[in-house]
Design a protein around this ligand. Structure first.
Ligand code: ASP
Length: 334
């Protein structure tokens, strides 16, 4: 039986056309339908829809993640799998958010895009789309993946690592789920078991969450502004194993003020291959004192998306703090 796959074009370079001011989003469904390979008998049966207007993913906001998740949740009974065509700039955020929003889904969602538009010579979009469709049509993958070049990655572990390379994404702390070479090889032991739970999407993804990188000389005012109301959560990219300056009283006071307002502060490592363990150094103490949570080996993208989703689900801060340290969909190694 041929699988049925819903292809959803949200935007991004894959569907862009050259304009006088550079590549700009344009409708893509007809161009996809014209690809002769997609009519091959090995290909799944496709239905293609597109968001109107398609967007450059640099403009994406959490409500756009929710729109994609709603489209998928609404049509999950009609399709075996979903392929989301998306811009690369914020693809890792969207793939992470979809993993958290759709954590009850028992079928694959494959996010992909390209560095060169499908309509332009040498596009990598055709190959990425075909690989994504082949992954979507498999029986063993039941999670949100990001497929790009030869890499098949867990969506909530991916980061964009190259602005112009065809192998643009990595999953720094974990090996890829698989590789697309002559054959598509997926490591069965790395895949998530199928979830089968109700999907309860929040009414809105509207929790204000900040993201801030710690750097030498970070003024307390900057931290204070990043945690000021209406902000309810902060992803703090700390040094190494979760360190911040511990000789700066003003910075510690700003952290304490955020804690007093119950802002959920999650420390991730600014090292690409890093794991936050807040007990390791004395310089982690200000974070511990302020009730911050160590985000273990989560990427910043996953930590941000997770915090937005959990806070928008209306969970109390104490529960959000506990869940930030718990593995929900393969985003962290406990
Ligand atoms: N700016 C584009 C986007 O993220 C880049 C891309 O798709 O490669 O939509």
């Amino acid at each position: 039986m041929r699988k049925r796959v819903h292809v959803l074009y949200a935007g991004g370079t894959i569907g862009m056309r050259p304009t006088e001011s550079g590549y700009a989003p344009a409708p893509l469904a007809d161009l996809i339908r014209d690809q002769p390979e997609l009519r091959a008998p090995e290909m799944p049966e496709l239905e293609i829809t597109e968001h109107s207007p398609p967007m450059d993913s640099a403009n994406a906001r959490p409500p756009d993640w929710l729109r994609i998740a709603r489209d998928i949740a609404r049509r999950r009974g009609d399709f075996d799998a979903f392929v989301v065509l998306h811009g690369t700039d914020t693809m890792a955020y969207t793939a992470s958010a979809l993993a958290f929003l759709l954590r009850g889904l028992d079928r694959p969602v494959v996010v992909t895009g390209s560095q060169i538009p499908l309509a332009v010579l040498r596009s990598d979009g055709r190959q990425n789309m075909l690989t994504a469709l082949c992954v979507a049509a498999r029986d063993d993958v039941r999670e949100v993946c990001l497929v790009f070049g030869s890499r098949i990655l867990r969506g909530c572990r991916a980061v964009k690592a190259s602005a112009g390379g065809f192998e643009a994404f990595r999953s720094p702390s974990v090996p890829p789920l698989g590789l697309a070479g002559v054959n598509i090889e997926i490591a069965a032991e790395r895949l998530r078991p199928p979830a089968r739970a109700a999907i309860a999407l929040p009414d809105a993804l509207d929790a204000a969450v900040g993201m801030l990188k710690v750097y030498p000389g970070l003024p307390a005012e900057v931290l204070r502004a990043a945690t000021a109301p209406p902000v309810r959560g902060l992803v703090l990219e700390a040094y190494g194993a979760g360190n911040v300056p511990d000789r700066d009283g003003a910075l510690q006071a700003a952290l304490a003020e955020a804690a007093a307002r119950d802002v959920v502060v999650v420390a991730v490592s600014q090292c690409l291959d890093g794991r936050v363990d807040l007990g390791a150094y004395a310089a982690g103490a200000p974070l511990v004192a302020a009730g911050a949570v160590g985000g273990l080996d989560m990427t910043s993208e996953a930590a941000y998306a997770k915090l937005v989703v959990l806070l928008s689900e209306g969970r109390p801060p104490a529960e959000v703090r506990a869940l930030m340290r718990r593995d929900l969909c393969g985003e962290l190694t406990g």
